[in-house]
Design a protein around this ligand. Structure first.
Ligand SMILES: Nc1ncnc2c1ncn2[C@@H]1O[C@H](COP(=O)(O)OP(=O)(O)OP(=O)(O)O)[C@@H](O)[C@H]1O
Length: 216
């Protein structure tokens, strides 16, 4: 059994191939860091995997996808929008149910954001917005996380805390990361993307930061 086993992954823009064709098989329990220089194709690969795996995954896109006019609660609640009947979601827009309020509040507490439950997303800092997108992914309750630079706006200690949380709460993950030290500390498999292909694929315990830096 694998978390996913995909082949024929390709992407082109304006007739120019930027990724693939490549294949990626990820086993349950693997924490995969996607590394590689800017423009290598990491975000494109995350998007392609999400398109194929769909609802079985929780996505943290680089642009976060928050609704600015809505409070933090509702942005997090959206992580499970496809699991609720329309009437339930509409009622929640006006008056959230207590059990949902408490579940979201607990997740936000883990991310040091509990006091922002009713703050509109527009009024948050970059790092707070990033943590709301992470809370939405956690709230989804999917076993597979697909995340694109999920801690890029967080300070050092907070980035470590959040990476540890993601490692512990998701069975399997694929995370695009610029920070090579975070990749080695919190992931057990490193996949390096170069020129639209996989140039490195090895266990984190077999690699050092300098091995990964050869991709840059
Ligand atoms: N919508 C688009 N239109 C045209 N080209 C695109 C588009 N999205 C991505 N590309 C191109 O595809 C290539 C891969 O981009 P991608 O965003 O996947 O890289 P990345 O490794 O995630 O970079 P970064 O680390 O800077 O986020 C780049 O050359 C980029 O210019």
């Amino acid at each position: 059994m694998s978390a996913f086993d995909l082949s024929g992954l390709t992407a082109s823009f304006g007739g120019e191939r930027v990724l693939g064709p490549l294949a990626l098989r990820v086993q349950p329990g693997e924490k995969v860091a996607l590394v590689g220089k800017s423009g290598a194709g990491k975000s494109t690969l995350i998007r392609l995997i999400h398109e194929r795996v769909g609802r079985a995954s929780a996505l943290v896109p680089q642009e976060l996808g928050l609704v600015n006019a809505l409070p933090v609660f509702h942005n997090v609640f959206m992580g499970r929008l496809d699991r609720h009947a329309t009437w339930y979601s509409l009622l929640t827009l006006v008056r959230p149910f207590r059990a949902d309020r408490e579940a979201v509040r607990a997740l936000l507490a883990d991310l040091h954001l509990a006091e922002k439950l009713w703050t509109p997303a527009a009024a948050l800092s970059g790092g707070q917005r990033q943590r709301v997108a992470i809370a939405r992914a956690l709230y989804r309750g999917a076993p597979l996380l697909l995340a694109d630079e999920p801690v890029s706006a967080l300070d050092g200690p907070m980035a470590h805390q959040v990476m540890a949380l993601l490692r512990d709460r998701f069975e399997t993950s694929v995370i695009a990361l610029h920070d090579v030290d975070l990749a080695l500390a919190y992931c057990n498999r490193i996949v390096g993307i170069q020129d639209g292909g996989i140039a490195l694929d090895a266990g984190a315990d077999r690699l050092s930061a300098s091995d990964i830096m050869s991709l840059y």
